[in-house]
Design a protein around this ligand. Structure first.
Ligand code: 5GP
Ligand code: MG
Ligand code: MG
Length: 176
């Protein structure tokens, strides 16, 4: 696979501008003791940019990470989720912002939100870079959405195909 075969869908500049707007949306919710929980691995670039945009907006979030894996039967998701890495600090009483790359079926984010709420978070809001409409398996509405994504497989800006292309500064589509 050649980098030249990857078409830019959302440019680095468009993403940076959208991130600043997302931070304004998030700031308007007036979060207290804000804890950003980034869902690994796909959201690590987005979360890193988001927290620096938060700093520029005068916010001071703490940051934690979760790694979640869907149980597969062959290549089909069973809908069950396993926690591979958990947040390390207590979430009780805190306003949590769950950050992920793409909202598709909604299963992993629903699981993570329910888990953090059960642990006594004051609120859990969801921020995703991309949302693919019409793919939801469970009812879940993201509170903050970067872009609506067409039903294509995207890579870059933290997202991979077979572990490749996370380093691209833009969101792109392979070979079309
Ligand atoms: P779901 O919402 O189905 O629980 O999980 C969506 C997850 O599937 C995303 O966080 C991402 O890891 C993966 N995913 C879905 N669509 C794409 C895509 O177009 N490209 C990449 N790289 N990952 C995707
Ligand atoms: Mg993911
Ligand atoms: Mg992946």
């Amino acid at each position: 696979m050649n980098r030249d075969n990857i078409r830019v869908l959302f440019s680095a500049e468009a993403i940076a501008e959208r991130n600043r707007a997302l931070v304004q949306e998030i700031a308007a919710t007036k979060p207290e003791r804000l804890l950003v929980v980034a869902v690994l691995k796909g959201s690590f670039v987005f979360a890193a940019d988001l927290i620096r945009a938060m700093d520029a907006a005068g916010m001071a979030p703490e940051v934690e990470f979760m790694s979640l894996s869907s149980y597969l039967e062959g290549t089909v998701s069973t809908g069950q989720v396993r926690v591979l890495h958990d947040v390390e600090s207590p979430v009780e009483g805190r306003d949590v912002l769950l950050v992920d790359d793409i909202l598709e079926s909604g299963r992993t984010l629903t699981y993570a939100k329910d888990l953090l709420m059960a642990r006594g978070a004051r609120s859990v809001r969801i921020c995703v870079l991309l949302e693919k409409p019409g793919k939801r398996a469970v009812h879940l509405v993201a509170d903050h959405v970067g872009f609506t994504c067409p039903d294509v497989f995207v890579v870059g800006y933290g997202m991979d195909v077979a572990h490749a292309w996370r380093q691209l500064p833009f969101v792109g589509v392979i070979g079309d």
